[in-house]
Design a protein around this ligand. Structure first.
Ligand SMILES: [Zn+2]
Length: 106
């Protein structure tokens, strides 16, 4: 970690790493944050802290082929498409039963 962050000199503790990073970047980094990263327990979400720690701030995302935008989660159109007869909304299912329609997903 010290090579990646460009830290020089003797560093003995997580607090030393946090102090050096705070002094070097001007962004307060705590020893708890350093400990979590070193032990694989999570990374900070704060952009300035990520930048201070040498973590990526942005990541490539897949564009939805239907809408042409990046959805924060799954595409809402895909989520609405029922996979089985029993995934249909109650009103739609009742309409199909009343009108004797067969379920034919595309
Ligand atoms: Zn979409």
């Amino acid at each position: 970690m010290s090579e990646r962050l460009g830290l020089n000199g003797t560093i003995l503790t997580y607090q030393d790493v946090a102090d050096v990073l705070t002094a070097k970047t001007g962004v307060r980094v705590t020893r708890a944050t350093v400990w979590r990263i070193v032990n694989g327990k999570g990374e900070p979400e704060n952009k300035s802290q990520r930048r201070a720690l040498g973590l990526p701030v942005t990541a490539p995302a897949v564009v939805c082929p239907t809408h042409g935008v990046v959805h924060p989660g799954r595409c809402p159109r895909l989520a609405r498409k029922p996979k089985s007869l029993f995934d249909l909304p109650t009103a739609a299912l009742a309409w199909m039963i009343r009108n004797r329609r067969e379920y034919a997903p595309d």
